[in-house]
Every structure is written in structure tokens, then in C-alpha cells.
Design a protein around this ligand. Structure first.
Ligand code: ADP
Ligand code: MG
Length: 355
């Protein structure tokens, strides 16, 4: 089983104004065999360029890409054991679903029996066996997407590249396809490298996520690590909702916020005592209590009922606004505009990042 290794990759473009753009800026990544890997980041951070470099549609300026021990970045695109699913499905309109799936194998002059078997297997895999004789125009958007996937998988690539593949689908279908893609990846055991700017998509599908900014990964980790232990302010801010509270480092295991000491599970020895930092806290990780029970003193400013939870905004004594998400059972005495409350955060749920 071979993983994909990217070693010190660089790609620089010259913009229309003549400025140099470091689309991929010295990127090294290890993607394990059999994993669903997500490249996540805002528009323009280099995700597509990296994917195109793996697929062979761009040539790196420097660095190497290996699949196992095989160097692939110098191979022509069609010889790489890599296939790409494009956002526009690019199905042949005059060919049936079966013919679309078989086309690549016929081009490769595979034996007829093999093509027949493989096409049937792919139709089963994407749950389309009933409609193999239909034309693309007779399919829904979700079905077309599944045909495109089946066609890419038919050639038995070792790596499948997907660039914002779900963004053309409507919200509900997109959610279904996340589950479907995850299942396809597990059943085939192929490395999927999925590019998205959508953090929810990334968290829900990935084994590992690389969060990119300006051509570089800021953090690589499991969804849990990225969400609960962001490595820096950019990652904390990019993923999910979060509050940043002004804090100062008290010692290697605690910070001070508004004169109160909060222990944290993170090792703060890299910061000096008294260093100005931010304590990042997710809205749903905050506990709201009565003011007299301690915590940061605050008053409730808005309360919004959302069905599954209640969102509220409180303001700390120093004026800092804090958003909080409260799960049922709801305490109506605390969740009242004007109520005086205490805000507490457990050591696990306060993450210290640069201010
Ligand atoms: P993403 O997919 O994360 O939105 P891209 O990889 O498409 O980012 O682009 C990264 C940067 O490289 C952007 O600043 C983009 O404008 C620039 N870029 C990408 N392709 C080209 C190109 N062919 N010529 C010039 N600049 C490019
Ligand atoms: Mg892109």
C-alpha cells in the first residue's frame, strides 16, 4: 500500500500585473494509503494548483511528488495512477451511463469481458445499476455526479482528486453526496484528495485535513484536532464559530482573563509569563451559570431560540461580546435579556493562540 508524499513543492505564477504569486509555497505533506484527505482553505490559497500538480496539469517549479517509492511529478498526466473528478461532470451527452463509464477503458483497449465486468461493478458501487441505459439528460444532478465518479473510478486509479466537486449541487443533495463519497472512498480504499473551502464538508468527510492559507498548510490534523486544538489564530478563526478573549499568560498551564485564572491543558511554556495572547473558545463549549456561582461576570444581551439550541450574546464586564450556544434543557432564568450570569470554560476547551 502506498501513500502520497509531497516534498517541498513550489509553484509560482506571474499575475497579469507582473507580480509573482507563490501559489504553492514550499509545501510538504504526507497522505497515507487509504485515507480521505481534505485540502481546506479560502479562495486563492493554492488548493487547485496543488491538486493540478498532483494530477499533472501543472508542472512544479521545485519539489517532488511520490506515490509510494514512485516519483510521479515528472510523469506525463495520463501515465500517472491518478484521476480527477471535475466540477462540471463533462459526461458525453450522446452516450448512455454505461457507455460513459466504459469509455475510458475502451480507449485503453482493455479486453471486452473486463470492460463489461468493471462497468457493472462501478454501476453497483454508485448504486446506479437500474439506470445504466439512460442518457445523462435523463439523470438528476446527483445521479450525473455519481456517473462522473464511477467513470473516474473505473480506471482503477490509486489516487482520486476532487476539486470542489459538490459545490454545484444544492444543499440537501450536497449533504447526501458527502456520505456517499465517504462510503465510496472506504469501499474502494483509494486515496481521495478532496479540495474545498467549506469547513463543514471538510470536518464531516476527512480522515485528515490540511488547512491552507497563502500557499502553505497552517495545520494538518484530524477533524477533531483542527476543531478543538487549532494551531494558530488563522485556523481557529477559519473553522467554525469562535470567541477570542484577551488573555495574558499566567504560567505554563494557565491564563488570566479579566483578572480570573483559567487552567488550560495546553503547554504554554513557549510564551513568556505575562505575554499578551488570545483565549479562543467555541460558543458551544462555554457553560453559562448564575453570576453568584463564579466565572467571568457577564450580562445577557440577546437570546435567540434556534430549535435544537439557543444562541445568546453576553457582554463581559470589560465590554467584550461573547457568543454562546446553549443546549437543552434550557434554564429560562439565565436565558433572559438582562440576566447577570457567570461564564465558565473547562481547561480542555480554552485554546491559547497569538493575539
Ligand atoms: P484556490 O484553488 O485555493 O482558490 P488557486 O490554486 O486556484 O487557489 O490559486 C492560487 C493563486 O495562484 C491565486 O492567487 C491565483 O490567482 C494564482 N493562479 C492560479 N493559477 C494561475 C495561472 N494560471 N496564472 C496566474 N496566476 C494563477
Ligand atoms: Mg480552486
Amino acid at each position: 500500500e502506498s501513500g502520497l508524499t509531497i516534498n517541498r513543492a513550489r509553484k509560482t505564477f506571474r499575475s497579469a500585473e507582473g507580480k509573482l504569486v507563490h501559489a504553492i509555497d514550499d509545501v510538504s505533506l504526507n497522505i497515507e494509503a487509504g485515507e480521505f484527505f481534505v485540502l481546506l482553505g479560502p479562495s486563492g490559497c493554492g488548493k487547485t494548483t496543488l491538486l493540478r500538480s498532483i494530477g499533472g496539469l501543472e508542472t512544479l517549479d521545485a519539489g517532488e511528488i511520490y506515490l509510494g517509492n514512485q516519483r510521479i511529478d515528472e510523469m506525463p498526466p495520463y501515465e500517472r495512477p491518478v484521476n480527477t473528478v471535475f466540477q462540471s461532470y463533462a459526461l458525453f451527452p450522446n452516450m448512455t451511463v454505461e457507455q460513459n463509464i466504459a469509455f475510458g477503458l475502451e480507449m485503453e483497449k482493455k479486453p471486452k469481458d473486463y470492460i463489461k465486468r468493471k462497468t457493472r461493478e462501478m454501476l453497483d458501487l454508485v448504486h446506479l445499476s437500474e439506470i445504466g441505459k439512460r442518457l445523462p439528460s435523463q439523470l438528476s444532478g446527483g445521479q450525473q455526479q455519481r456517473v462522473a465518479l464511477a467513470r473516474s473510478l473505473a480506471k482503477s486509479p490509486k489516487v482520486l482528486l476532487l476539486d470542489e466537486s459538490l459545490s454545484a449541487l444544492d444543499f440537501k443533495l450536497r449533504r447526501q453526496m458527502r456520505v456517499e463519497l465517504k462510503r465510496l472512498q472506504r469501499e474502494t480504499g483509494i486515496i481521495f484528495i478532496f479540495v474545498t473551502h467549506d469547513q463543514e464538508e471538510a470536518l464531516s468527510m476527512a480522515d485528515h485535513i490540511a488547512v491552507f492559507s497563502k500557499g502553505k498548510p497552517e495545520q494538518v490534523g484530524t477533524p477533531e484536532e483542527i476543531y478543538d486544538k487549532p494551531a494558530n489564530r488563522f485556523v481557529a478563526d477559519f473553522i467554525g464559530d469562535i470567541n477570542f478573549l484577551d488573555a495574558t499568560v499566567h504560567d505554563a498551564g494557565s491564563v488570566e482573563v479579566e483578572g480570573k485564572i483559567f487552567p488550560v491543558t495546553q503547554d504554554l511554556s513557549e510564551y513568556g509569563r505575562g505575554a499578551a495572547v488570545s483565549a479562543a473558545v467555541r460558543p458551544e463549549r462555554i457553560t453559562l451559570g448564575a453570576a453568584k456561582d463564579g466565572g467571568l461576570q457577564a450580562s445577557v444581551e440577546t437570546v435567540t431560540y434556534m430549535g435544537s439550541d439557543i444562541r445568546c450574546h453576553v457582554r463581559l464586564a470589560d465590554g467584550t461580546p461573547v457568543q454562546i450556544r446553549v443546549n437543552p434543557p434550557f434554564d429560562s432564568e439565565l436565558l433572559t435579556v438582562g440576566a447577570k450570569v457567570g461564564v465558565t470554560v473547562s481547561p480542555d476547551h480554552m485554546r491559547v493562540v497569538e493575539r
